[in-house]
Design a protein around this ligand. Structure first.
Ligand SMILES: C[S@@+](CC[C@H](N)C(=O)[O-])C[C@H]1O[C@@H](n2cnc3c(N)ncnc32)[C@H](O)[C@@H]1O
Length: 191
């Protein structure tokens, strides 16, 4: 069993604590990212579409959101929840092999995804994501940093730097949540 092929407890927690009751956790974070209404957004690892829903709430009519997830189960759930929204596109696949346009996206979100990916795969993912950023575009990342379940901010910074991105001054922040423990967030821009 894994999050990609979840059991009943994972499905219930996601639905109740994140999708139904977790709005504040997402809205508060998104407000810090400066996401604007007309941006072209890629969400890596959209899961059941909870973050996607809150991204769409901030986008206007000209904004676009592409959601990618490797899990057919979560992608189907995200599509059921959000497919009425013509600004959103859903692609089921591995982010490193999904054909997405280069130099395209203003913002790429990595929200509570990378720490669960095997460490050996993270560099290829960061490099693939950076190639999809428009010049001047940015990756906004938030990940748990707990010792027992998370990844250190130093690793996030090293991955982003190796992908050719530059940390945006003043964006690094620490927060915490009952569900995820201690979190790091930050933004990394393509020069
Ligand atoms: C915990 S969920 C995050 C959900 C969403 N970002 C949110 O915050 O509401 C992480 C998701 O990343 C997906 N994922 C993991 N590795 C992936 C990969 N290589 N390509 C695409 N999706 C991936 C998993 O299937 C899972 O649904």
């Amino acid at each position: 069993m894994s999050y990609e092929n979840p059991g009943l407890p994972d499905v219930a927690v996601e639905d109740l604590l994140l999708y139904r009751l977790g709005g504040g956790f997402y809205r508060t974070y998104l407000a810090t990212t400066g996401l604007t209404a007309d941006e072209r957004v890629l969400e890596f690892g959209c899961g059941g579409g909870t973050m996607s829903r809150h991204i769409l709430a901030r986008l206007g009519g000209d904004g676009r959101l592409t959601c990618v997830d490797i899990s057919a189960f979560w992608m189907e759930k995200a599509m059921k929840r959000l497919s009425g929204d013509s600004r959103a596109t859903f692609i089921c696949g591995d982010i490193t092999t999904t054909p997405l346009p280069d130099d395209e996206y203003d913002v790429i979100f990595i929200h509570i995804v990378l720490h669960d990916v095997p460490a050996a795969d993270r560099k290829a993912i960061a490099t693939a994501l950076a190639s999809h950023l428009a010049p001047g575009g940015r990756i906004c990342i938030r990940e748990p940093i707990n010792r027992n379940h998370g990844m250190p901010p130093s690793e996030i910074r090293a991955l982003m730097q190796a992908a050719g991105l530059v940390e945006v001054e003043g964006t690094a922040a620490a927060s915490s949540s009952i569900l995820f423990g201690h979190l790091f967030s930050g933004e990394f821009r393509r020069p």
